[in-house]
Ligand binder design. Structure first.
Ligand code: AKG
Length: 250
């Protein structure tokens, strides 16, 4: 049994790497193994999970009222890529942009590929990690097996510099996979973890006017709000100490 699982994981890992290389080609990245090398790394923090959802006959009572029993709560996968395979029982649903849920038709001969949060960050949002969940089935049991391809714990995850176009703002702050994984364990399954590492950066346009030539040139400057808060705190502290030195009492 152990060797069967090992063989399966080796095969899906290879497939995940091939897919990641095709994605790198699509993004016109010179280094086509830029994502796949993270899964191939000896220290790659990948996981293989088996899920079993027993049938839920109680559902038939709830279904007319439009209520669904949740087998696996809504979430996005934090890793780079996930490869899912299930039996022929429906249940998997993905969240659409308008917030509605769409059922993924079950097909025991197909793989369902999910972009993980880390790939969304590395591609600066070009590929989106889709929220999904599993609803229980009233008559049939569902089984699924998923390979979650993750990077080494120490790997720094950030938008790839080679991908960023001129003046493109980085949408995410850099983090290590260890930090992200820890925050995932310390948060609720449905939490929007990517929202928390969204970069608080704004672009400010600075116009310069040349009096001799009459030409105006403009420059886009990245303005990071975390620095602004830091500067504000320094000013308040400085003000407090000057006030103290001058003998004012608050
Ligand atoms: O069982 C499924 O179809 C999906 C399970 C899942 O999303 C997960 O294990 O993270």
């Amino acid at each position: 049994m152990a060797s069967l699982v090992n063989d399966y994981v080796t095969a899906v890992k290879k497939m995940a790497c091939d897919i990641l290389e095709l994605l790198a080609d699509e993004l016109k990245l010179q280094q086509r193994n830029v994502f796949s090398k993270l899964l191939m790394d000896e220290e790659s923090d990948s996981v293989f999970r088996l899920n079993y959802y027993p049938p839920c006959p109680e559902l038939q009572e709830h279904e007319p009222k439009g209520r669904k029993l949740i087998g696996f709560g809504e979430h996005t996968d934090p890793q780079i890529i996930s490869v899912l395979r299930s039996n022929n029982t429906s249940g998997l649903e993905i969240s659409l942009r308008d917030g509605s849920w769409m059922s993924v038709p079950p097909d025991s001969n197909s793989f369902f590929i999910n972009v993980g949060d880390s790939l969304q960050v590395m591609t600066n949002g070009r590929f989106k990690s889709v929220k999904h969940r599993v609803v229980a089935n009233s008559v049939k049991s569902r089984m699924s097996m998923i390979y979650f391809g993750g990077p080494p714990l120490s790997e720094k995850i950030a938008p790839l510099p080679s991908l960023m176009e001129r003046e493109e703002a980085s949408l995410y702050k850099e983090f290590t996979w260890f930090e992200y994984k820890k925050s995932a364990f310390n948060s609720r399954l449905s939490d929007n973890r990517l929202g928390r590492i969204h970069s608080a950066t704004t672009h400010v346009r600075v116009d310069q006017y040349n009096g001799n030539t009459g030409l105006r040139s403009s420059l886009r400057v990245r303005f990071d709000w975390s620095w602004a808060w830091w500067a504000l705190r320094c000013i308040i502290r400085l003000y407090g100490s000057i006030k103290g030195d001058l003998g004012f009492k608050s």
